[in-house]
Design a protein around this ligand. Structure first.
Ligand code: NOJ
Length: 679
């Protein structure tokens, strides 16, 4: 008997003796044999257990549901049958952090039936991968369960110890836009996922969900005794989920790695989503953009009509010219349509998505942009007035399609949708999905701000490009708490980014912007601002600053060069909240890029470039913090140099306090080899 089996057996004996009962148990292992999910029916109550080799990761934890006006699906079950299967296939991402992904798992489905007159049935499906576990509930079609309302999902995650967690709070007015805190499990209240934790034995675990389609978002709360409970974000009437059988819940995901890097490279969430449902994806293309955006956050321009209106025909042309000159494919235009005057975030119902302000000429601008091989990026700020938006949505996307626009940024600024619903309950999950599907009909890609968290649906709908769902750059422009602190970007890759792409909107060069906002600033160095393009993945990546701030800036070349679609991703250094270094290979050339960011401390990080092709000499174009750079007093000091490197070169990343480094590595020409010195 393997040790893990002995362990589960001992645990079961202890567990079952306590509750003196009849129990049934079934296990399924990961393809490499390290992870085991065990389903246990004890006294009619369903539980699951997760072990990793000899470690118990999750102790017997309850499963099931409380229903409205209906008996609970929490106990009195018998195990009717079970099925097993295995799957191993490699698929190609249309765009992403890596080109190919292996989807390799063993599956166990248990069919349960309640032992009463109604005989209701419930299935639980476990998929065990080498990098973690997913499980979901399936409500089969059945006479005794037609339409139903879930009042509680009883899923628990009972850990062995009081682990350290990185978390943001749930049920707050600013949705997911909070700084991460680190604390022990028993110190949290209710938090969002992805929820990343470190065990006393140095394992890293992330709890999240995959394929959130028609359900409430899951938050987690301290359930006592090192246990987290599942708390579904309710509708305004208290119901958690309205459903009718047959019905599938999202997958509950548990990613497990022995290093923080292993969480970043895990593909579990995407693998638990369904394959692409859009037949022709030739219109879906990642890209880089500039836009009429930062100027509004700084107060230079307004969204509203008036003397400082940003989205004027003249100003948009200036941005289009800039984009064309520097090779950007898109120009985002916010504030072009009626509805921004006055207190727009309280009056989303005033937005009109097909009527421009008088000083914005859509026909002229779309022609102008097309002539320059640039596309305008549309914007639908809804103020979370969902009824108003849904009434106009088809027309709004058709309007953009007619004008050759195939990327739209959406926004839901407000504390409640339709002034009543949380952004993360089933009502909004349905809405966000409706938007993705409608946009696809009009061949439109999406960048969603104030979104539902990412649960990997980009696999099924690859027009769902990127989203916000965290504190991004804009907080540096106006947040009263002083903006994002230097460690923010050293936590995001291990937390928010495990869900999927983030439209952080990097690229601010004027880090102080005193002319507009003397009390705010960006709290890190210029080199770190460049490194974000590699560290924080987004298939639509913005150069967010005012175009005038890029004039005569040699460092701007990095932003012009850096791709947004990658063949491979390697995590080189990873310590949550301290530093992270990521290397990625361009999908369309032989170039590699490295981004490294530190918190408020300086770092000296050694990196062997052993991922490069042997026998090839490369030029490393290095954008490093200058020796005297420091995020507080000298953030703009950057040193740009070129050195010859190959796969045996060890490079030293010297990061200033609050600093970073960005490197492009490209094959060297004969001239390069003559001109540049070895590293
Ligand atoms: C908040 C978004 O995050 C930001 O990017 C946008 O400019 C404003 N809302 C206005 O829609």
């Amino acid at each position: 008997m393997r040790l893990s089996k002995i362990l589960v057996a001992i645990m079961l004996v202890v567990f079952c003796c306590i509750s003196i009962s009849i129990s049934r148990e079934l296990s399924v292992q990961s393809p490499d044999g390290t992870l085991t999910a065990t389903f246990l029916l004890n006294n009619g109550i369903p539980y699951y257990i997760i072990t990793r080799e000899t470690d118990v990761i999750i102790k017997p934890s309850r499963m099931g549901f409380d229903l409205k006006d209906n008996k609970a699906l929490r106990d009195n079950f018998s195990l009717e049958s079970s099925t097993r299967s295995s799957f191993d296939r490699t698929w190609t991402q249309p765009w992403g952090e890596t080109k190919t992904i292996r989807n390799h798992y063993n599956e166990l489905t248990v069919q349960l039936r309640q032992q009463d007159a109604q005989q209701r049935s419930l299935d639980i499906i476990f998929r065990v991968f080498d990098d973690g576990i997913g499980f979901r509930y399936h409500f089969p079609e059945q006479a005794a369960l037609d339409s139903f309302a879930i009042m509680d999902e009883l899923t628990e995650f009972k850990f062995m110890n009081n682990h350290s967690l990185w978390w943001i709070p749930a049920y707050r007015d600013n949705r997911y836009e909070y700084l991460f805190s680190k604390s022990l499990l028993n110190e949290i209240d209710t938090v969002h996922t992805p929820l990343t934790m470190k065990t006393g034995k140095g394992l890293y675990i992330c709890l999240h969900e995959a394929n959130l389609t028609d359900y409430a978002g899951m938050t987690l709360f301290d359930n006592g005794k090192n246990s987290l409970g599942c708390d579904l974000v309710p509708w305004s009437d208290g119901v958690k989920v309205r459903a009718s059988a047959p019905f599938d819940t999202p997958w509950r995901t548990i990613q497990i790695a022995d290093s923080p890097a292993g969480l970043i490279t895990s593909q579990l969430i995407l693998n638990l989503n369904e394959p692409c449902k859009i037949e022709d994806i030739s219109w879906i293309k990642p890209g880089k953009y500039v836009g009429i955006w930062w100027g509004m956050h700084l107060g230079k321009y307004t969204w509203a009509y008036g003397s400082r209106h940003g989205a004027t025909t003249k100003n948009v042309k200036r941005y289009v010219d800039f984009a064309a000159r520097h090779g950007f494919s898109g120009v985002l235009v916010e504030g072009w349509n009626l509805g921004w005057d006055g207190n727009w975030f309280e009056h989303g119902e005033r937005f009109n998505f097909t009527t421009p302000y008088p000083d914005f000429h859509m026909e002229e601008l779309s022609r102008y942009a097309q002539d320059k091989n640039v596309e305008l990026i549309g914007h639908h700020e809804t103020g979370a007035a969902i009824d108003n938006y849904e009434r106009q949505m088809e027309d709004a996307f058709a309007f953009y399609q007619q004008h050759g626009i195939n990327i739209v940024k959406t926004g839901y600024v407000s504390t409640r949708a339709n002034k009543t619903e949380w952004h993360h309950g089933q009502f909004m999950v349905q809405h966000y999905r409706n938007v993705v599907e409608t946009a696809a009909k009009y061949h439109i890609m999406l960048d969603v701000h104030e979104p539902i968290k990412d649960t990997g649906i980009r696999r099924t709908y690859p027009n769902m490009m990127t989203r916000e769902g965290a504190r991004g750059q804009e907080y540096n422009a106006w947040s009263q708490d002083g903006g994002n602190p230097p460690d923010h970007l050293t936590i995001l890759p291990f937390t928010r980014m495990l869900a999927g792409p983030f439209d952080y909107t990097p690229g601010i060069f004027d880090l102080y912007f005193d002319e507009y906002k003397p009390d705010n600033r960006v709290n890190h160095t210029l080199a770190k601002e460049l490194a974000i393009y590699v560290v924080i993945y987004s298939p639509l990546q913005m150069a967010a600053d005012l175009p005038e701030n890029y004039e005569n800036q040699p460092a701007f070349k990095f932003i012009a060069d850096v791709p947004v679609d990658w063949e491979e991703t390697h995590v080189i250094h990873a310590r949550i909240g301290d530093y992270v270094t990521i290397a990625r290979k361009d999908r369309h050339s032989a170039d590699w890029y490295i981004g490294s960011v530190s918190d408020e401390n300086p770092r000296l990080l050694k990196t062997r470039l052993d991922f490069l092709e042997p026998k090839q000499t490369y030029v490393a174009e290095i954008y490093a913090d200058a020796v005297d750079a420091d995020w507080k007093d000298n953030p703009l000091a950057i040193e740009i140099k070129k050195k010859l490197v190959d796969h045996k070169t060890d490079i030293m990343l010297k990061l200033a306090p609050g600093g970073g480094q960005a490197i492009r590595i490209r094959p060297a020409s004969a001239d390069d080899i003559r001109i540049y010195q070895p590293y």
